[in-house]
Design a protein around this ligand. Structure first.
Ligand SMILES: CC(C)(COP(=O)(O)OP(=O)(O)OC[C@H]1O[C@@H](n2cnc3c(N)ncnc32)[C@H](O)[C@@H]1OP(=O)(O)O)[C@@H](O)C(=O)NCCC(=O)NCCS
Length: 142
């Protein structure tokens, strides 16, 4: 495997990232009343975040194929804090330690911005993601 990261591109990646988002909401049982509006709002947020740094929202690539997405940014009003908004790997790539490479990317990007802490929200209906965050040195609080 050869895992790399490249910035989200609105035109080519909008559809696939929207699918990733909806798939995750299915996992957590958190399907929105208006999925189209939800996708639209999320993509708008991604585009806004990229105005600060295109790498904040990045596609995960293996051998030129998109296998996931990671969305992390520095909180504007609290610059010492990074926020991991979304993280997704397509199913066949889960459980193969790629998630650790994603977290190295996240940590090194946030380190450049002198973030001392990374926060995230994770659904309690998502035990796999909770296990993953716990094993990658993130403390999960309820
Ligand atoms: C979250 C995600 C990126 C983590 O990547 P991953 O490759 O699945 O993570 P890993 O397998 O390395 O780690 C998950 C841990 O949970 C364990 N696990 C696997 N399936 C599980 C399940 N159904 N329930 C609970 N734990 C599970 C794994 O064994 C692993 O722990 P271990 O290495 O100690 O055995 C990936 O699962 C994903 O994309 N999920 C869908 C999107 C999502 O939920 N994103 C998070 C939103 S905040």
């Amino acid at each position: 495997m050869n895992i790399t990261f490249r910035p989200f591109n609105l035109h080519s990646d909008r559809e696939i990232v929207s699918e990733f988002l909806m798939d995750t909401k299915k996992i957590t049982g958190d399907l929105p009343d208006d999925p189209e509006l939800d996708r639209k709002n999320y993509i708008k947020a991604v585009v806004n975040t990229q105005k600060r740094n295109v790498n904040f929202c990045s596609m995960i690539i293996n051998d030129q194929k998109i296998i996931g997405f990671v969305d992390i940014f520095q909180v504007e009003k609290k610059p010492e804090i990074g926020f991991l908004r979304f993280n997704y790997l397509i199913e066949q790539y889960r459980g193969r330690r790629i998630s650790e490479i994603i977290m190295e990317f996240v940590f090194s990007l946030m380190k450049k911005y002198q973030c001392q802490k990374i926060y995230l929200d994770v659904s309690e209906n998502n035990p796999r993601a909770i296990r993953f965050y716990q094993k990658t040195w993130i403390q999960v609080y309820w």
